[in-house]
Design a protein around this ligand. Structure first.
Ligand code: ATP
Ligand code: MG
Ligand code: MG
Length: 433
């Protein structure tokens, strides 16, 4: 992809936008872009530099993302709404063409990384609550004040706020920003100075430490017993990645959202609104609390991934009301006229609170309270789902109890109820012909 129309190759120490930003190391990448940690010489802060591929379709996508991010920045002058802040944007010409670049405030690890770091065990409910509150503040702002639907909420797209001084190096405060480039090597030529080589090695080691879980830019530390220690970490986060966002009044795609976080009305093509984000939000909350995705549909003999997905939903949430089941443009592909799935006939029902108790070892109280918070968000009728504003008033979100809230029993009782993960037996599927 590092060719004409593709990614821009970046070397540590390369400078951008007339020398204002100096590349430090790669933070991540996607289909359209690479994201770099860069030092902003003007503000003496670290920033995230998202460099898009150069072909016209990527430039088009970047312009859209910049438009959304600009609306967000204009609507949130105090930068307090739990949504990433666009600092700057510009064009950068390189050997592969002209690349649109976005400069974003630098944030920390993603929630996916946090859950991985926690060995997919599920976070304490108090931490889940704090994270949920931040996401809801972001969603309330996007939905109610801007009319924007994110459409791609998932753990990777929620980043923790770096607790480190933005002027200090985020991986290791001893890592000196590379500002001086050796004479005669203005554009990051082939030769590297000894200082740069040293810094690059140091950065590599720091990155290795982070990926091994020995160190982290959000301050995740390991306790002596090699148990992951998340105590004392400030669970504040922000919503990122507005590449797929749209206005409720100006939608672009029929098929939206990453599979596991996709709302039923999107699968059925019944039209969508802000409430698709609320569905994904509930999936995120479940995943944070249990360490496992809420729905992981798979195709099987005689049924598609979409059909398995609808079946999985009904197994925890109950049968979909007939009117909703048959109301979408694609309903006929999946449901008969009675509103029953055509090719998956036998469902293994297990309510959300029972699932939390049986499979994830929640206490009765925790399970009932958490399920009472999540269930309305997973209503098959999109208009019945609570809004982000309403969720912020929910008793579960506002519950404060540090001593009585013993989240889960530590005992490793045999896991039961493999409804969500186990996949479907052949007997459950009825072939079409
Ligand atoms: P693409 O659209 O190119 O497929 P994407 O839309 O998934 O990619 P982002 O989610 O915006 O791109 O960014 C990719 C990754 O870069 C993120 O998952 C994260 O690891 C990192 N990243 C993005 N923005 C920031 C930021 N502001 N601070 C720190 N890291 C960031
Ligand atoms: Mg992303
Ligand atoms: Mg994107």
């Amino acid at each position: 992809s590092y060719r004409k129309g593709g990614y821009h190759a970046v070397r540590i120490g390369d400078s951008f936008n007339g020398g204002r930003y100096v590349a430090q190391r790669k933070l991540g990448w996607g289909q359209f872009s690479t994201v770099w940690l860069a030092y902003d010489v003007q503000s003496s802060r670290y920033v995230a530099l998202k460099i898009m591929k150069s072909a016209p379709q990527f430039a088009q996508a970047a312009l859209h993302e910049i438009e959304v991010l600009s609306a967000i920045a204009d609507g949130d002058p105090s930068n307090s709404k739990c949504v990433v802040r666009l600092v700057d944007h510009f064009k950068h010409t390189g050997p592969n063409g002209q690349h649109l670049c976005m400069v974003l405030e630098f944030l920390g690890d993603s929630l996916l990384r946090l859950v991985k770091y926690n060995h997919y065990k599920g976070l304490q409910l108090n931490k889940v609550r704090e994270i949920c509150k931040c996401i809801l503040i972001g969603l309330d702002f996007l939905h109610r004040e801007l009319g924007i639907i994110h459409t791609d909420l998932k753990l990777e797209n929620i980043l923790l706020i770096s607790t480190i001084d933005p002027g200090k190096d985020p991986i290791k405060s001893s890592l000196v920003p590379i500002l001086e480039r050796p004479e005669g090597n203005p554009n990051g030529g082939v030769t590297m100075s000894i200082v740069e080589k040293k810094l690059k090695r140091r950065a590599k080691r720091a990155v290795a430490r982070i990926s091994e879980g020995r160190d982290s830019m959000v301050g995740v530390r390991e306790s002596p017993k090699s148990e992951r220690c998340l105590d004392g970490i400030d669970m504040k986060c922000k919503v990122v990645d507005f590449g797929n966002a749209c206005w409720d009044s100006k939608q672009f795609a029929e098929e939206i959202q990453t599979r596991q976080y996709r709302a039923p009305e999107v699968i059925l093509r019944s039209g969508y609104s802000f409430s698709v984000d609320m569905w994904s939000f509930a999936c995120i909350a479940f995943e944070l609390a249990t360490g496992e995705m809420m729905f992981t549909p798979k195709s099987g003999q005689g049924f598609t991934e979409d059909e398995d997905h609808l079946a999985l939903m009904m197994e925890v949430l109950g049968k979909m009301p007939r009117k909703i089941a048959i109301g979408g443009a694609l309903s006929k592909d999946y449901f008969d006229r009675h509103g029953d799935l055509k090719r998956i006939r036998r469902l293994k029902y297990l309510s959300l609170d029972r699932l939390l108790i049986n499979k994830y070892k929640f206490s009765e109280t925790d399970a009932v309270e958490f399920a009472a918070f999540l269930s309305p968000l997973l209503d098959f009728a999109p208009e019945k789902r609570p809004t982000a504003q309403q969720c912020l008033q929910d008793p579960w979100i506002n519950f404060r109890n540090l001593t009585l809230n013993k989240a889960k029993s530590e005992s490793s009782i045999e896991k039961v109820g493999s409804v969500m993960k186990g996949g479907r037996s052949k007997a459950q599927a009825k072939s079409t012909d």
